[in-house]
Design a protein around this ligand. Structure first.
Ligand code: AP5
Ligand code: MG
Length: 217
């Protein structure tokens, strides 16, 4: 049975930071729907143009679009040994879509979900201070997780960029979307007995240690 690790939690809780690390640790693909959608935006595809309209308003991208993007990604060769989902599913409808895609692909999978528990008020500062590398995607924070050289990626040396949705106004809308549409699916995963709650309000290393405990378990 192949393992599928599903990471959930509010904007800025540390999903991307921890899943990138976990992907290296387990040698499994890190599938980040936000990053996949931003790649569509950068390529100016019709999906990208539609996604941008929603992302800029802090709303979920239409379910058909994100379902198509995720299915194409899960069909790739590197996802046949299991995978790590970062930011998908984000609604009950998407949860059902994931289950349907998994059935269609026919890979025998066991889903394990992680909920990064942290109060929203702690997160705006993380979001507005986030920077990332446009080449390798590595995530930094100009306060808590600085690059070695200001403004440059440690690995690629590229100029770091800021996401357009990482401003206070859009962040607040993203929190509302999370509370209304994503949080309810925690109960679904809990009822299936596959949800692990992680205290995300601690250092990056301490969060990693908690995640690792459940992975190695
Ligand atoms: P997405 O890109 O997934 O954004 P998000 O869910 O809002 O989450 P973030 O990526 O902002 O935060 P994160 O939890 O990954 O935190 P990170 O590790 O970077 O989605 C963007 C948009 O795309 C959505 O709003 C939606 O419109 C659309 N979308 C995506 N998926 C979709 C779906 N399934 N359906 C429909 N639409 C979808 O960390 C944040 C910062 O904090 C960094 O600076 C980091 O260095 C720092 N940090 C991390 N951990 C710690 C720590 N422990 N202590 C201190 N600082 C820390
Ligand atoms: Mg992320």
């Amino acid at each position: 049975m192949k393992k599928v690790y599903i990471f959930m939690g509010p904007p800025g809780c540390g999903k991307g930071t921890q899943t990138a690390h976990l992907a290296d640790f387990l040698n499994l693909p890190h599938i980040d729907t936000g990053a996949l959608l931003r790649a569509e935006i950068a390529a100016e595809t019709p999906d990208g143009i539609e996604a941008k309209r929603k992302i800029d308003k802090g709303q979920l991208v239409p379910v058909e679009l994100v379902g198509r993007v995720i299915k194409n990604r899960l069909l790739k060769e590197d996802a046949q040994n299991g995978y790590i989902l970062d930011g998908f599913p984000r609604s009950m409808e998407q949860t059902k879509i994931l289950e349907r895609i998994q059935e269609e692909i026919g890979l025998d999978v066991q889903n394990v979900a992680f909920y990064f528990d942290i109060e929203n008020h702690a997160l705006v500062e993380r979001l507005v201070n986030r920077r990332s590398c446009p080449v390798c995607g590595k995530i930094y924070n100009i306060i808590s997780n600085k690059p070695k050289v200001e403004g440059k990626c440690d690995i690629e040396g590229a100029d770091l960029i800021q996401r357009t949705d990482d401003n206070e106004e859009t962040a607040k809308l993203r929190f509302i979307t999370y509370e209304e549409q994503t949080k309810p699916i925690l109960d679904y995963f809990r009822s299936k007995g596959i949800l692990h709650t992680i205290n995300a309000d601690q250092s990056i290393e301490a969060v990693w240690n908690e995640v690792k405990e459940f992975i190695i378990d």
